[in-house]
Design a protein around this ligand. Structure first.
Ligand SMILES: Nc1nc2c(ncn2[C@@H]2O[C@H](COP(=O)(O)OP(=O)(O)OP(=O)(O)O)[C@@H](O)[C@H]2O)c(=O)[nH]1
Ligand SMILES: [Mg+2]
Length: 452
């Protein structure tokens, strides 16, 4: 992510508004302000000015350059959000004027439009923000409930980072103690730290991580993909939705109720819907009936009930939007209510917590995919970001591996324990930004909006 260019973006919503804000960051900020305003405002003091718009072709013959009243804030490096020379230009919120100001600014050499999250990425690269704070900002912008807002605030205030640092320190200490045993004892199978002590400290660490991840973490510690079942009455449109989510015709669909009899399971990758969310197992089932008319029906109903009892997430499909009681689910399962066949005129009550979709043309499927990704990663209920959850679960598994090796009577146990602890550290390192591969940074900041 090169930071040598100067980036500009509209930092306020598109459309008409009393005010719009254009944000600028980069080395060409000063010449740009001099060019367009005729003078440089004093740093950090809002100043009114007249912005000289580039003449458009009809005016070009005239010697007259149109100007626009604006309010300008100039921030001198390094005292700015990004750590670079930066500015904010407040102007009337009129899309036509905004575009003319933007094109005047873009005519200054070295200036281009910002990519999503590029301002925050620059702040991070200039050590103005930690990775966790940057993610906190993104989460705050996207928060849809109080829990997520609180989690975002903890990220931004550094509370979450401190916790991650504590776990990293403890893991580093344990690794050092185990390695001391490998390097400095004559007997290879002796660990410098007392095994009971190591075991106790690993258990404490694991419990702290589980608490942070929420009570449901236990069920996700396994490598099993989260299971997402489509449930609802026969003919609710489950199989059509199943196919639409998968992007191919996997299940047979028909206007006749009772088409699906078997349990169909397919992996569905949701990483493009929510960075850090991985794949889930999507399951299509027979529609739920109170009465089974034949042995085939009762067998497919019992298979469906079994699959539902195993599910982490249930997508409850109902074209009427009325949604009765869902069938018996695991107590910690999440239910997503989906009004299927959203293209058909409905007599439904508008339930606020349901999402309407049309599986035939894909309307609102991205909203549903995002809801599934949120529910499957548990981030909806705990506020822990999917990327964090994934890294913490990874660390948690490696700590478990280490703990399981303690009592094993094998000569290379200390080396294996050290290897597991190192892998746990790598996973935790991704969270505190010490090991931040480019693609991780790219993915985090790419989820920001332009202008942030
Ligand atoms: N208009 C409209 N029709 C839909 C939509 N989704 C499904 N349908 C139609 O609804 C009928 C039933 O769809 P299925 O996907 O087979 O329903 P199902 O819930 O799997 O049914 P069972 O397997 O019998 O339980 C088919 O005729 C579909 O074409 C939709 O979004 N809009
Ligand atoms: Mg079906």
């Amino acid at each position: 992510m090169p930071t040598g260019s100067t980036i500009i973006a509209l930092a306020s919503p598109e459309g008409f508004a009393p005010r719009a804000i254009i944000r600028v960051s980069g080395p060409a900020t000063r010449p740009m302000l001099l060019d367009t305003l005729g003078s440089l405002p004093p740093p950090r003091r809002a100043q009114t000015a007249r912005f000289h718009l580039e003449s458009t072709p009809p005016d070009s013959g005239a010697a007259f350059t149109p100007t626009l009243p604006v309010l300008v804030l100039y921030f001198q490096a390094p005292r700015s959000y990004t750590g670079q020379d930066a500015a904010e230009i407040l102007l009337p919120g009129n899309p036509h004027l905004i575009e003319r100001v933007m094109s005047t600014l873009l005519a200054v050499p070295g200036v281009r439009r910002a990519d999503p999250g590029e301002f925050s990425a620059r702040a991070y690269l200039n050590n103005k923000l930690t990775l966790a704070q940057a993610e906190g900002i993104a989460q705050l912008i996207a928060a849809t409930n109080e829990r997520q807002r609180r989690a975002a605030e903890q990220l931004m205030r550094g509370v979450t980072s401190q916790r991650y640092h504590r776990w990293t320190d403890e893991t580093t200490t344990l690794l050092a103690l185990v390695e001391a045993g490998i390097d400095f004892t004559d007997q290879e199978d002796v660990v410098a730290i007392d095994p009971a002590e190591l075991s106790r400290r690993l258990a404490t660490l694991a419990r702290d991580i589980d608490d942070h991840l929420g009570a449901r973490a236990g069920s996700h510690v396994s490598d099993r993909l989260p299971v997402v079942v489509l449930i609802g009455q026969p003919n609710a449109g489950k199989s059509t939705l199943f196919n639409a989510l998968l992007g191919r015709r996997r299940a047979v669909t028909s206007p006749h109720a009772g088409t699906t009899r078997d349990v169909l399971r397919e992996p569905l990758d949701l990483s493009s819907d929510l960075p850090g969310a991985g794949a889930v197992t999507l399951v299509d089932l027979a529609g739920l009936c109170a009465h089974a008319d034949s042995p085939i029906d009762s067998e497919s109903q019992s298979h469906a009930a079994q699959a539902i009892a195993d599910a982490d997430v249930a997508v409850f499909c109902d074209p009427t939007g009325r949604f009765g009681h869902p069938p018996r689910l695991r107590p910690d399962a999440t239910v997503i209510r989906v009004r299927t066949k959203g293209d058909l005129p409905g007599k439904s009550d508008k339930t606020s917590d349901s999402v309407s979709v049309c599986a035939l043309d894909g309307w609102n499927l991205s909203v549903l995919r995002r809801a599934i990704a949120d529910a499957a990663t548990g981030s909806a209920s705990t506020g822990v970001l999917p990327r964090h959850r994934r890294a913490l679960l990874q660390a948690r598994r490696r700590l478990d591996d280490a703990a399981a090796l303690i009592d094993q009577p094998r000569a290379d146990a200390p080396e294996l324990i050290a290897g597991s602890l190192r892998a746990a550290l790598d996973a935790l390192g991704e969270l505190i930004g010490r090991i931040s591969p480019d693609d991780v940074i790219g993915r985090i900041f790419a989820t920001f909006c332009v202008g942030k």
